[in-house]
Design a protein around this ligand. Structure first.
Ligand SMILES: [Zn+2]
Ligand SMILES: [Zn+2]
Length: 162
């Protein structure tokens, strides 16, 4: 389940190339990085570095662990990936070409449920105004139990009572 994409003028690969060449010390766009960008932006997902490293191995890419970490950091810096901190875990997801949205995180099955709500942005703007705060972005993560895990727990409790 993912939200409808937002139209962007450049492909993720071109966008990243532009970022690398615009650095104070321009960097080379390696074939490994190109493969990673293509893979990461192939599908919208919430993943951590280890999951990406496993996927890279499965796909048979030649990218080392260090390259994966370095590329993730650069993609965040380029504004293409968003970092989501949940407890001690760090997840990544597309920011480039994807609409603003927030998350419900299930601490039982680690599921990330995306949502959008029209009331949220005006509310945040209002809060920032009250504090004379200049908003440069936010991410909201609600932790708890998803419907399935909650149902499983209630069922188990009922069974325990029998
Ligand atoms: Zn769950
Ligand atoms: Zn998301």
């Amino acid at each position: 389940m993912s939200l409808p994409a937002v139209a962007v003028s450049q492909s993720p690969e071109d966008k990243f190339r532009e970022y690398l060449t615009s650095r104070p010390r321009p960097q080379r766009y390696t074939e490994q990085q190109r493969e990673l960008v293509r893979y990461i932006f192939g599908e919208h997902n919430h993943f951590d570095a280890d999951q990406l490293i496993d996927a890279v191995k499965r796909e048979g890419f030649q990218a080392s662990r260090a390259t994966v970490y370095r590329t993730l950091n650069k993609l965040v810096d380029a504004g293409m990936l968003r970092r989501l901190e949940v407890g001690t875990r760090t997840f990544y997801e597309h920011d480039y070409g994807y609409p603003q949205h927030e998350h419900l995180y299930c601490s039982q099955c680690n599921q990330m449920i995306e949502f959008q709500h029209a009331a949220l942005n005006p509310l945040i703007e209002d809060i920032c105004r009250q504090h004379g705060f200049r908003n440069s972005g936010y991410s909201l993560i609600v932790r708890g139990l998803c419907a399935e895990c909650n149902r499983a727990r209630v069922t188990k409790r009922r069974l325990d009572l029998v």
